[in-house]
Design a protein around this ligand. Sequence first.
Ligand SMILES: Cc1cc2nc3c(=O)[nH]c(=O)nc-3n(C[C@H](O)[C@H](O)[C@H](O)COP(=O)(O)O)c2cc1C
Length: 392
Amino acid sequence: MLRYFYTGRDLNKAQNLADLKARAAKKLPNFCMEYLEGGSDDEITLQRNRQAYQEITFRPRTLVDITQRSLSTEVYGQEIQQPLVIAPTGFNGLLSHEGDLKLALAAKKAGIPFIQSMVSTVSLERIAETGVRHWMHLYLFKNRDNLKGIIERAEKAGCEALVLTTDTSIIGNREWDKRNYRAPMKLNLRNLVHLATRPGWIWDILVPQGMPKFCNLGDFLPPEKASAKNAASFLTQEMDPSLNWEDIRWLRQVWPGKLILKGILASEDALQAKALGVDGLIISNHGGRQLDSAPSPLDVLPEIRQAVGQDFLLVVDGGLRRGSDIIKARCLGADLVTSGRAALYGLAAGGQKGAERALEILYSEADRTLALLGCTQLNQLSKDYLLLGRNH
Ligand SMILES: Cc1cc2nc3c(=O)[nH]c(=O)nc-3n(C[C@H](O)[C@H](O)[C@H](O)COP(=O)(O)O)c2cc1C
């Protein structure tokens, strides 16, 4: 039993995110690990997200004094400690009890913003109480009137930004999830048997509260009805295939804070968003979970940066597994990079301490990469530090 609990010392032995992922796999039941890891269809895009980073070769400079270095940068006029933001991921309560709260606290400690998924199992008000820089994610479900309640809650709680996901008008083909359940949230036999080998997870997740409930679906599914099973059916029914630019106009009118769109992959859409008063974009293919064979965000970043100009927030999302990836994305023109699965590996391996460890690893890898490139500040980075960039 003891081996299911990782102490802080064990977590410090994790050298990289792959080590944390291996620990997560030992702790989580199959259906959770496959939910976390899986992509859509043949997972071509999921793999492409990694490959795009791996194909990049640096072009370092030498004989530079790199004693004093910093990874800090500004977002919307406020400093953050590294160019990283936690991506919105739903159902984090499956990975660790009150997972969103632990992730938010880890983000606060690391000095970076936290995007809370609307499909989160902790209320947005509790996340706001942590004092983290809080961005709230939104899906535009069919009933727009009900959405106003959530938007008003986000405003009252002091969320700095709303992040609307635009690439889920219908849900991608996630075969792992389909295999794992007989009906919404009803596990098949293989998974029930495997669950018995994960007492640590049962103790951490099921014993305190049963299956986690969704807390931010407001009038769509009031908390007493927002069981995992109800929510799973609700989500597949309520995604709105009619989502279009008129909805962005509407959202821009009802939300006074920063508005960010997540799921943009083409410069035409980036320009349209900017023209409608959107304040930033997350270039994303949903971590390879929606359209398979979509490009990696890194592939389209240069085109989008060129279209929107320098002073417009661009965040690259998908495939981050090393701190050096953050530096590569910065060289190609990104302001920030998201941590999706990266911090979740830590969260699943060791709760808040595990998420903190994941963010520490990313920081130290990015800092070392910056130094070995012969730079001391992020704003020195450009395509000149990439071999690929020169050949293009
Ligand atoms: C387990 C899991 C849950 C996710 N839930 C959401 C969500 O609720 N809303 C959303 O916009 N994206 C969601 N995503 C996509 C992430 O925000 C992000 O785009 C993706 O994880 C980036 O890829 P990476 O994990 O390789 O970094 C989820 C991703 C994962 C792995």
